[in-house]
Design a protein around this ligand. Structure first.
Ligand code: ADP
Ligand code: MG
Length: 287
């Protein structure tokens, strides 16, 4: 089959020796690989080559993801080193996120301390601010796409649903594409009235922050319709242990009215974001 797994030990272009599967998403499989030239480990995201498969708009989607990654260079964004195309596959050679998914930390202990949640939230917001300043919107910020490097620093991955503002539509780029993951999706996406992608990313960051500090989703229900209702209304309850400053920030981030919602600069200026443990103190918390 066109998307059969390449055997471990396969060497791509005489340079990248494939290892085991690291993860998979809707569009691709991601493998550990060793760069034989440098001896370093990398991640290889492999897509079935859409030209071989003849599949609809996939070529456009892969091109878009590559184009976005090429324009980003930030310590909390996964970096694209090169792209290899074979007859059956397109491979992105990426920085390896050796620490796995951020949310494996939440799974292990149920939740994290507010200080630790702030530590990761700061890294997430710095990446998102950087992207927005460059006209790039992720649109699928959620646990599976937030990874950790070998030193435990957060890396934003998977710009497969990303959007780029062009010179003509600028910062008010309005989108109608339904995208994202239900629990992390902003209310204005559900209402399909068009949305500003920057606001949508901010909303998702708020859901991530809530999950980190609470250990569960802010908007959840056995019924998808009921979950959507809660998202529309921006109806959520903070657990008793949240500090007043964190509650205040979350209410501003998870504001169902996108025009009233706080933006990345607002978050950075917010007392909860600014105050709290230094990175040095956090280093001790994390070990
Ligand atoms: P998709 O676009 O199909 O969702 P992703 O880019 O999200 O693909 O990758 C799928 C999964 O593979 C991720 O959720 C993560 O677990 C793993 N993964 C992705 N990129 C890396 C990387 N650079 N290093 C390590 N693991 C990765
Ligand atoms: Mg993904």
């Amino acid at each position: 089959a066109a998307d059969s797994a390449p055997a471990a030990g396969t060497v791509l272009l005489g340079r990248y020796e494939l290892g085991g599967l690291l993860g998979r998403g809707a569009s691709a499989k991601v493998y550990l690989a060793r760069d034989l030239l440098t001896g370093r480990s990398v991640a290889i995201k492999s897509f079935p080559n859409p030209r071989a498969a003849g599949a609809g708009d996939r070529p456009v989607a892969i091109e878009r993801e590559a184009g976005i990654l090429r324009r980003l260079r930030h310590r909390h964004v996964v970096r694209l080193h090169e792209i290899l195309a074979t007859r059956k596959k397109v491979h992105f050679v990426l920085d390896l996120a050796a620490g796995g998914e951020l949310f494996s930390l939440v799974d292990a202990s149920g939740r994290m301390t507010e200080d630790l949640a702030r530590h990761y939230f700061r890294q997430l917001v710095s990446a998102v601010r950087y992207c927005h300043a460059r006209g790039v919107y992720h649109r699928d910020i959620k646990p599976e796409n937030l990874l950790l490097d070998e030193a435990g620093a957060l890396m934003v991955a998977d710009f497969g649903l990303g959007a780029v503002a062009t010179a003509t539509d600028g910062s008010s780029l309005l989108r109608h594409t339904m995208c994202g993951t239900p629990a992390y999706v902003a209310p204005e996406i559900l209402s399909r009235k068009g949305y500003e992608p920057a606001k949508v990313d901010i909303w998702s960051c708020g859901v991530v922050l809530f999950v980190l500090a609470a250990g569960y989703l802010p908007f959840n229900d056995a019924s998808l319709v009921n979950m959507y209702r809660k998202i529309y209304a921006g109806r959520f309850r903070c657990p008793g242990w949240f500090s007043p400053a964190l509650r205040d920030l979350l209410r501003r981030v998870l504001d169902p009215d996108p025009s009233a919602r706080i933006d990345a600069d607002g978050i950075v200026a917010h007392p909860w974001f600014r105050h709290g443990a230094s990175d040095e103190e956090l280093g001790r918390l994390m070990h």
